[in-house]
Ligand binder design. Sequence first.
Ligand code: NAP
Ligand code: MG
Length: 493
Amino acid sequence: MSSAQTVAADSPRRYQLFIDGKWVDAESGKTFETPNPATGATLAEVAEADKADIDKAVIAARRAFEGKWSKMSARDRGRLLYKLSQLIEANAPELAALETADNGKPIRESQYVDIPQVVENFEYFAGYATKIEGETIPVPGQMFNYTLREPLGVCGQIIPWNFPLLMAAWKLAPALAAGNTIVLKPAEQTPVSAMELGKLIQEAGFPDGVVNIVPGYGETAGAALASHPGIDKIAFTGSTEVGKIVAREAAQNLTKVSLELGGNAAFVVLDDADIDMASMVGAWSTFHYQGQTCITANRHIVLRSVADAYVAALTERARNMTVGDPSTDQVSIGPIISEAQRDRAHEIVQQSIEMGAELVEGGTYEGLFYRPTVLVGVTPDMPAFQKEIFAPVAPITVVDTEEEALELTNRTEYGLASAVYTGDLARGLAFAEKVRAGMVHVNDAVCLDEAHVPFGGMGASGLGGRSGGEANLDEFTERRWISLQRTPVHYPY
Ligand code: NAP
Ligand code: MG
């Protein structure tokens, strides 16, 4: 078994593309390297898929869809998914170590959040394979109606770098439970855990071509997949900017598309909140995985009477965080994924300070390691309020009333997640119901049960349905209506 440190120190791994159940080089022979952001060392050299490889993968997925996979019983599909969940669980320590080495996530998060949730997702949707049902629809007269609920066919799936294996699981598990076949493109920054998943998919015994994994760059492999006329659906998770490009490409072929995009979550602290607890939840919400999640608390909106106490408590927590090697248990802040992301975040902080925000903690970095940062006096015209920062930065805005807090919470084009902390649960629920977001949490700010609940956003945060729960199956099934007239119908012709 490899520990996080030994994985990081290993010599570079090599991965080929996983197409039609086989490991193959890219047609071009090209490869790319994925670094460990904590050390800069090359973690793996990976075959680089391009249009020719995407074509091969789509053909393999189509053949698998029309062949063995569609003839397999739902029970057997479910059993394969369950077997895969068990294989992932058996390999959890190594997968967690690889995830941390590839994307810099503190090992305790990979170990206790990412990988267990991957296992749970496959387990959860394994159970659904046998429970995807059509319905009968009663109407007046002699017509008998029923619906068939069928897989869409070949699904293209494109995922981001911040939860590499979990995003793969969110996309693969429901799509496979429903009987689709898949071409998955992991993010170029973090392909390693998806390639390891390919090995486990092979070991579990999925028929060749049911899952194809084609790492490569977004502009080449991703674009070739999104614009491919041979796919029935493209499911994308990533930035709002790229989501719009993917939607445009899919529109050329009228390919079904679902988009899970960025966010700008607010963490609202009402005047009756337990400030010690609120600051703990607020700190986790902003700082876990270096603030690089779509539901990161990107704005803290605090009522004036508790603002000083909240700022002091949050700042204290930020100051006490250990920044450093994410493969060790004690570290809570690892590296930002890339220099480009770090520079983008730092510019947002700097510009907001120039516009009048006050830096009370952090705001500095060494290499990719960004200090947990607290900004106060943040106003809605500042980039720290408006943009998804994607770094461990907590911008704080003080307001006088609950109404103002609500108005500011909703003053964003995004609508993914938000949270409110209060000592009065009824007040919290009333507030939550008025927030314009797909997910709102009272006295918490993270979703830890994504397999079961409908995860997703509104506005610039998404298009299409939800990940997790029964709603997720709608993303990967077609409902068809069949009818029968019990007695002959007479028309006036
Ligand atoms: P990104 O830059 O949009 O990339 C996402 C994926 O799209 C990557 O695999 C990328 O490939 C690919 N891509 C890039 N250009 C493309 C193109 N022209 N055509 C097709 N595919 C293309 O996002 P990211 O930086 O990886 O991830 C962070 C973003 O994801 C944040 O905005 C975050 O909020 C969002 N996110 C949302 C959710 C949610 O559930 N709503 C969950 C997690 C993350 P390469 O990177 O390999 O080039
Ligand atoms: Mg990497």
